[in-house]
Design a protein around this ligand. Structure first.
Ligand code: PLP
Length: 426
């Protein structure tokens, strides 16, 4: 092994820049953005049918997901906020979120004055359905299953529990654009779904997001909240006097989470490239998975649907955190880019343990809202010890990020490196 002074298994040059959407930016995006700029109309409303890049993105996304409604917004976080409002979640409600997710999932719940209740993640590193059910109280209104690192949650069990217990499901697909569960696109299974188009996601517009749902009322409420003047724009958009009347009657106050035409133009072009990226990441993951399975004592991540997995990362577990660290070091010495996932010292904002402002119930509001609301104060407590199972899985995990720019030669050498370390390990 290279770690003991032997030759390095990986000599081929790895990808020189990151993967996913950003590395696919090309003439298509440049052309599309240039057209928007030349038109001097950077705002989505007030355009003729088919002329708005944002609404073209919405239509294509709806078609790909097989959902009736898509609302483009300016970030994944604002998509979560609009999705929660769309679903009727309100101040003082409890919303179940996994212990392993980007902090924005929990922050969005707080932004609307509701309380995140943190649920264990299991050996799929997605929300544990058993713990989810245990954490339901009479105040629970919704659950946000997060398809972490492109791998689907167990949507069959989650939907079954949610419908039996009378709570709604908002899928957080920020990291899983293009994933599926049992043949159904992620985001189309729960009552609503959200996506992010931020730089680090599978496809990107720099910033951006979307709320998706088959439910008309959820869509309308989300759309109203995403724009404080929604009724007025609709008035310009829809010629029909009755429809105008309707919007004025049902509108309530909102914020501004609109998407610009520049972002819409990039998002539309990126979406067309998505499935090509995923074909490649999926093929690489299948190959490297087989290599990782040869490691003595390994336990592979449990992927709830291997066909529907986006293939953007591969995770396996060792018996303890020491062994995870050792094998990760051995693989890195061979030239494999991989790493362990949990450290008490290095704050990873994807792990509940490091969500300081939630642990400490900090707020921007003078009266302590929402934590100290006099009407419905928070009954949830947060400690670093609250999700030992999640911490256990993460501390034993080794992750190999995958992207579409791994060359065939590089993948072969990584495959060989894993098998070589596995053999020496025994
Ligand atoms: C990135 C991300 C978000 C937030 O998206 P932004 O576009 O950065 O606001 C929410 N949830 C998860 C799981 C994410 O990875």
């Amino acid at each position: 092994m290279a770690i003991r002074g032997g030759p390095k298994a990986v000599t081929a040059l790895g990808p020189q820049h990151g993967g996913y959407g950003p590395s696919e930016i090309g003439e298509e995006e440049i052309q599309a953005v240039t057209e928007v700029l030349r038109s001097k109309k950077l705002f989505r409303y007030g355009k003729a049918e088919g002329e708005s890049t944002v609404s073209n993105f919405e239509s294509l996304f709806a078609q790909k997901l097989g959902v009736k409604n898509v609302l483009a917004v300016n970030s994944g976080t604002s998509a979560l906020i609009c999705g929660l409002i769309g679903l009727g979640v309100s101040t003082g409600d409890e919303v179940l979120v996994p212990a392993y997710t980007y902090i924005a999932t929990a922050a969005a719940v707080l932004a609307i004055g509701a309380f995140p209740v943190i649920v264990e993640s299991d050996d799929s590193l997605t929300i544990d359905p058993e713990d989810l059910e245990k954490k339901i109280t009479p105040r629970t209104k919704a659950v946000i299953p997060v398809h972490m690192r492109g791998t689907p949650c167990d949507m069959a069990r989650i939907v079954e529990i949610a419908s039996r217990r009378g709570i709604v499901v908002l899928e957080d697909c920020a990291q899983a654009n293009g994933g599926e569960f049992r043949g159904k696109p992620l985001g189309s299974i729960g009552d609503a779904g959200i996506f992010s188009l931020q730089q680090f996601k599978i496809i990107t517009a720099g910033e951006g997001g979307a709320v998706v749902t088959n439910k008309k009322e959820v869509f309308e409420r989300a759309a109203i909240y995403h724009d404080s003047a929604y009724a007025f724009w609709m008035e310009g958009q829809v010629g029909d006097a009755d429809a105008v009347q309707d919007w004025r009657k049902i509108c309530f106050c909102g914020e501004n989470y609109r998407q610009s035409e520049v972002h819409g133009a990039i998002a539309f072009e990126q979406l067309k490239k998505r499935d090509r990226i995923l074909d490649r990441t999926r093929a690489i993951k299948r190959k490297l998975w087989a290599a990782c399975e040869t490691i003595p004592g390994v336990k592979m991540e449990r992927v709830n649907d291997r066909e529907g997995d986006c293939g953007i990362s591969l995770v396996f577990f060792m018996e303890d955190s020491k062994k995870a660290g050792e094998i990760s070091d051995a693989l890195r010495a061979e030239g494999v880019s991989c790493g362990t996932m949990f450290s008490k010292q290095i704050p990873d904002r994807h792990i509940f343990y490091h969500w300081d402002y939630i642990m400490e119930k900090r707020t921007p509001h003078r009266n302590g809202f929402p934590w100290a609301s006099t009407e419905r104060p928070c009954e949830v407590s947060y400690t670093k010890e609250m999700c030992p199972k999640t911490q256990g899985w993460l501390s034993r995990a080794v992750v190999l990020p995958i992207n579409q720019n791994f060359s065939a030669e590089f993948v072969d050498q990584v495959d060989h490196a894993i098998r070589k370390v596995a053999q020496a390990w025994g």
